[in-house]
Design a protein around this ligand. Structure first.
Ligand code: ADP
Length: 434
């Protein structure tokens, strides 16, 4: 109806004033948009480009003058009429509003009868007359001082809030760590009891006779093992996140380490008909590193590659040493990772989605994990002074673009301690059960 009607933006915290003014202005044909807070008002102004802006002198988040200065600094608002609604006719505040770029003022309670005439006056380019330029100069510098003071207050407030958030974050980390610790003790006992139960001769007899009982016991042991894994994962990640990670550096045979990890998954690799390519002699046979933690990293990357690659797919592990850097990658032909996920998957508890393409992975890994694996990998690699990144041509369970996780690690060789025997193959080979 008012398609060609001028648009007025009212930025006013007081609901009654906002409502009354909107009612009158709409009644005489203006298109009216409102915002109760300054920052929302600025966003709206940028979106709708209003023909006139009314702003309250005092808003919960900004002063009217600050809002006016912000908008006036943008070329499209340089000529837009801006009016301030003042609590009282304070000459100093009014001058400061003018210094900030306001064209006119009205004092609350707003005279609703005079409102249409006033708005028309300002809409057609009218401004309040400012005769005393010296007074305006004084107001301008006072306004600037005021803005600086408020900025300082805001910075202090934000610093306080930040400190509180950091403290809460630390409390959360300690809480997670403490809970995981507390859970670990009874769980160790439960594991012990379940083993005893498994080995108990009458139970073994019962298992032989009763298939249902056997399945129950297997399920119980499997779940306990999985729960232990989760608790260990949480403890490791909380140590990494609270920078309590301590590397135990020792000569590490990377090719043996990777081979061991792959053998750990040999059953699921067979069951899922996956082909794994890995050439032992690409990997350093002796470098200083924390072997246990690197094993955990590679294990996480391989388990993800298995988890997110449909049956019959391929996984490749490559390594290359250049100067003092080892670059290794775990590449799969799986469902891939979308552009927006790439930046967040290394965060704690981030889970990208369901393991939807195949069912067998659900038996092997119980579906997706906790979203801790990559956070652990990142913490470990960074503690070694390295980097971990991901490359993928998007997420697509049909096209299967695959993913490549690339790790770069500084190599500190241990040439004097060549204590590891190696089994060089020299070619890419399909991993075979040994
Ligand atoms: P989770 O234990 O859930 O697998 P991770 O931290 O290891 O947690 O991985 C986080 C998310 O990153 C996963 O939920 C998954 O969406 C995505 N992701 C990790 N590895 C791969 C991969 N090889 N292919 C596709 N997506 C992956």
């Amino acid at each position: 109806m008012f398609e060609s009607a001028p648009t007025i933006l009212i930025i006013e915290h007081d609901e009654q004033t906002r409502h009354d003014v909107q009612f009158i202005l709409k009644g005489i044909g203006y298109h009216v948009v409102t915002a109760p807070r300054g920052l929302d008002g600025i966003d709206l102004a940028r979106k709708i480009n209003p023909d006139l802006i009314i702003v309250a002198m005092e808003l919960p988040d900004l002063m009217g003058g600050e809002l006016a200065t912000t908008l006036r600094s943008e070329s499209r608002f340089r000529e837009t009429p801006m009016i301030v609604f003042m609590e009282n006719d304070d000459a100093t505040l009014r001058d400061m509003a003018f210094a900030a770029g306001i064209n006119g003022h009205m004092v609350k309670p707003i005279n609703l009868e005079a409102l249409p005439f006033n708005i028309e006056f300002y809409m057609s380019g009218g401004t309040d007359s400012i005769d005393d330029t010296e007074r305006l100069q004084v107001a301008r510098s006072r306004f600037l001082q005021d803005v600086v003071k408020r900025l300082e207050e805001r910075i202090r407030e934000l610093e306080d809030k930040n400190e509180t958030l950091e403290r809460i974050d630390q409390m959360k980390d300690s809480f997670i760590q403490l809970t995981a610790h507390e859970l670990r003790t009874p769980l160790t006992l439960i594991t012990g009891y379940s083993r005893l139960l498994e080995d108990h001769p009458p139970m073994q007899e019962l298992r032989e006779k009763d298939e249902g009982m056997s399945t129950l016991i297997d399920g119980l042991v499997e779940s306990i093992t999985r729960m232990q894994g989760i608790i260990e994962e949480i403890l490791t990640v909380s140590r990494i996140m609270t920078s309590q990670i301590e590397l135990t550096l020792a000569p590490t045979n990377m090719s043996k380490l990777v081979r061991d990890v792959l053998h750990q998954y040999i059953d699921v690799i067979d069951e899922r008909n996956l082909t794994v390519y890995f050439s032992e002699d690409e990997w350093p046979q002796s470098m200083r590193a924390d072997g246990d933690l690197l094993r955990l990293t590679i294990s996480n990357l391989v388990s993800n590659a298995i988890k997110y690659t449909p049956d019959g797919g391929e996984i490749r592990l490559h390594a290359q040493t250049k100067g003092k850097l080892l670059r290794f990658s775990v590449i799969d032909t799986g469902i891939g990772i979308s552009e927006d996920q790439k930046s967040v998957i290394f965060e704690r508890f981030h889970i990208g989605g369901a393991v939807e393409t195949h069912t067998t992975s659900k038996t092997a890994f119980g579906g997706g994990g906790l979203g801790l694996g990559l956070a652990i990998c990142k913490g470990i690699i960074e503690a070694h002074g390295g980097t971990i990144t991901v490359e993928s041509d998007g997420h697509d369970p049909d096209r299967l673009p695959g993913s490549a996780f690339i790790v770069i690690l500084p190599v500190i060789a241990n040439s004097s301690q060549n204590v590891f025997s190696t089994n060089k193959t020299g070619v890419l080979k399909r991993l075979a059960r040994s």
